[in-house]
Design a protein around this ligand. Structure first.
Ligand code: SAH
Length: 484
């Protein structure tokens, strides 16, 4: 960071502006919004500034800049059209340790001014350390359109309420919930949309009721959000998942959750890893269930974050059963399951209608059979023409899976693809047929997590791949090596 971002309180503080033209006038308008006491020095003033001087809104010193004018100043802005004057002002300010901004001159400036969106008291400032002013202006425009016009009213209302909330709600955690509830709730929505006057009695009454309700609840019932984190790319999170992540006191996550997704959680949220590596259960499912129950009973808001979708081979159902048994409130946020994510990022339309009319998700191993292939599976149906099968947790079972399919008459020419680290920057795709799938996977040293797709649709990868050049490279060099 090249500049230290701060908001400076200037009410009733003396500020010197050197220059009396349009540029100076713009800076003065901004300064006046902060109630600063502005003095302008310039041989002459444009009309708008002269009017302000005449009305006593600003003080005017006619003539050239003199260093003594800086005495007692908190801040200075040099906005003349003469570079030598600006440099002289900057030099004098530096000698006196008065922060100075020279308009359009980063070198001479001690501070620079960001592009702002003003919803006072909420002010959003955007800067690029002077590198890309046009970019910061574009960002400002985006923020401008994105932030509700009445945001300032809402913030002012909150400011007014703060002392009362602080006295009535003793615990910081309860206060935080009150405010979250307030900003996410109906009162805020009504203020923002203009249905309620932020300064009106109606609003105060409604808030009073809500505050009393919060004050009565000495301890909060915890709750659990069972959230699908998707296959890895944080861009695939749902908005609801993001919200659950940012509201949570504790995040309980496992191995398939990418670091980029975890990074989106509230900074001060506790993170608990209950990871499992296939066949190597660090924390038993029972322990995880018990942990969720305990945390919720402590009044915490828990985000139980799971790779992909929590209800697809995620054991989310078992965790919910444990919560239901203890009457703990929960919600479920679906996620992009590995099949959907990997297929999309590998360019494999799972049910392209020229090739497939049905689709099955199968697990490569089953409860109680840690390293065994699932027995309760209709292999013949999975191998029919016109069908696509997605195997989760199938990497360790590749040879078994191929053997079963072959036993049930699936031809060895049936196409398949393995997608390793799907949707992540390290994604690789290995395409094969049942005949060479096992050897190709071994050769490419495919690692977990990897998803196996069996079906003619996987041939479309070659024409439709789009994500991450590496996948193509590996697939094609493998091809090259094998045919050579
Ligand atoms: N609930 C998860 C699946 C959990 S089972 C979901 O809906 O996606 C774990 C298996 O999912 C892994 O063994 C692997 O087969 C698959 N998987 C999960 N994330 C993956 C990824 N990014 N790339 C490839 N396979 C993935």
């Amino acid at each position: 960071m090249d500049y230290f971002p701060i908001f400076l309180r200037l009410a009733n503080e003396p500020v010197l502006v050197v220059g009396g033209g349009e540029v100076a006038a713009r800076k003065i308008d901004l300064l006046l919004r902060t109630q600063a006491k502005v003095t302008v020095v310039a041989p002459e003033l444009i009309e708008s500034l002269a009017a302000k001087a005449a009305a006593g809104v600003i003080a005017y010193v006619p003539g050239e800049f003199q260093p003594e004018l800086l005495d007692g100043m908190r801040l200075a802005i040099a906005a003349t059209d003469k570079q030598s004057v600006n440099a002289w002002v900057a030099h004098q300010c530096e000698r006196r340790n008065i922060p100075v901004n020279v308009v359009d001159d980063r070198e001479l400036s001690r501070f620079i001014m960001p592009a702002i969106v003003d919803r006072s008291p909420v002010v959003v400032a955007v800067g690029s350390s002077g590198d890309a002013p046009v970019l910061t202006r574009r960002l400002r425009e985006k923020l401008e359109s994105f932030l509700p016009q009445r945001l300032g009213d809402l913030a002012k209302l909150a400011g007014k309420l703060r002392p009362a909330v602080k006295t009535q709600l003793e615990h910081a955690g309860t206060r935080r919930r009150f405010w979250e509830n307030f900003f996410d709730g109906a009162i805020a929505a009504d203020v923002l949309s203009g249905r309620e006057d932020a300064a009106g009695q109606g609003v105060l009454d409604r808030i009073g009721t809500s505050l009393t309700r919060f004050a009565k609840q000495s301890k909060f019932a915890g709750e659990v959000a069972l959230v699908g984190a998707g296959p890895g790319d944080p861009g695939l999170l749902t908005l609801r998942a993001l919200r659950a992540l940012q509201n949570a006191d504790v995040i309980v996550y496992d191995r398939l959750v990418s670091l980029e997704v975890l990074d989106l959680a509230r900074r001060d949220a506790e993170r608990i890893y209950v990871g499992k590596a296939a066949g190597n259960h660090h924390v038993s499912q029972e322990d995880t269930n018990a942990l969720l129950v305990r945390l919720a009973k402590e009044g915490k808001r828990v985000c139980r974050l799971k790779g992909g979708d929590p209800f697809i081979f995620g054991r989310g159902g078992e965790e919910l059963e444990a919560l239901v048994a203890e009457h703990i409130r929960f919600e479920v946020v679906p996620g992009v399951t590995a099949a959907a994510g990997c297929a999309a990022y590998a360019g494999i339309p799972l049910t392209h209608r020229d090739h497939a009319q049905s689709l099955t998700f199968v697990t490569g191993h089953c409860k109680g059979e840690a390293d065994n292939i699932a027995e309760n599976v209709d292999w013949a149906a999975l191998g029919r023409a016109g069908h696509t099968t997605v195997f989760y947790m199938g990497l360790n079972q590749l040879d078994n899976i191929v053997a079963r399919l072959r036993e049930h008459g699936v031809p060895e020419t049936r196409a398949a693809a393995l997608i390793e680290h799907g949707t992540r920057p390290t994604q690789r795709v290995v395409t094969a047929t049942l005949q060479d799938l096992v050897s190709k996977a071994a050769e490419a040293q495919v690692e977990s997590p990897a998803l196996l797709i069996v079906g003619e649709v996987t041939r479309l990868h070659e024409a439709l791949h789009w994500f991450n050049a590496r996948s193509v490279e590996v697939a094609s060099t493998d091809e090259g090596r094998l045919s050579a």
